[in-house]
Design a protein around this ligand. Structure first.
Ligand code: SAM
Length: 218
């Protein structure tokens, strides 16, 4: 194996849930140092900021594709009273998220669940008031068809704030999937924002993601 750190090339070349399990098992311990810090990846922070700007008062929320827990960590700085659970396919990434702490030393995440979000998602908790996601709707990870898997996890009128890789959004037809969910009466007509994924100064600065903002209807 090459000594080069894992990065976007490896992340974008996965094709299946098993590929994702293998990639993130290898990457979990160095994901933040070799990628997030090295490339000045601001996606988790940006999703936390959008959530804070658009979502009304809520308490129980769920992080979709939690990874090492950066989105929950940033969101709690803006909304310290939130109770955040997380779901991800990788136990190694979830173990990193489990170790994220609030300033008072308590855990950022109340509970974490190993789930493959490409399938119907078992949920042992009452439906959540809001879901958010950063970096997980991307090449070879979650496609537009997975949005429908998330809806049963949400209360009626519950919020979705979902970041989607720009090219993936266009090539995989997110717009059409959202239109069909609206037609079926399952979600409200979404608002789509654009955010910067990397800080100024990053080699990837200029790459943007879409953010889907909508609410569950029935
Ligand atoms: C690029 S990381 C993003 C993590 C975190 N949200 C962030 O922004 O730093 C993508 C995450 O998606 C998770 N993932 C990939 N495929 C998945 C699947 N089928 N079901 C659930 N999670 C998946 C990976 O394990 C990984 O933690």
């Amino acid at each position: 194996m090459s000594d080069e750190p894992l990065g976007l090339d490896e992340a974008y070349s996965v094709k299946s849930p098993d590929d994702n399990r293998r990639l993130y098992a290898k990457w979990a311990a160095t994901y933040e140092t070799s990628f997030v810090d090295a490339k000045q990846y601001r996606y988790p922070k940006a999703i936390a900021e959008v959530f804070n700007d658009v979502v009304g008062p809520v308490t129980r929320v769920l992080d979709i594709g939690t990874g090492t827990g950066l989105t929950g960590m940033y969101l709690l700085r803006l909304r310290p009273d939130l109770v955040i659970d997380g779901m991800d396919i990788s136990p190694e990434m979830l173990a990193q998220a489990q170790s994220k702490l609030r300033q008072d030393g308590s855990a950022v995440y109340r509970a974490l669940f190993e789930r493959d979000l490409t399938r119907a998602v078992p949920n042992e908790n009452p439906p959540y008031e809001a879901l958010f996601s950063s970096g997980t709707f991307t090449h070879g990870h979650l496609g537009p068809e997975c949005i429908a898997n998330l809806l049963p996890l949400l209360e009626h009128n519950g919020w979705l704030v979902i970041g989607v890789n720009n090219e993936h959004f266009e090539s995989r037809g997110f717009e059409q999937e959202l239109a069909s969910l609206v037609d079926l009466g399952l979600i409200q007509s979404p608002e789509i924002l654009r955010i910067d994924v990397y800080e100024p100064g990053s080699v990837h600065h200029g790459d943007q993601a879409r953010v889907i903002i909508t609410r569950r209807r029935k």
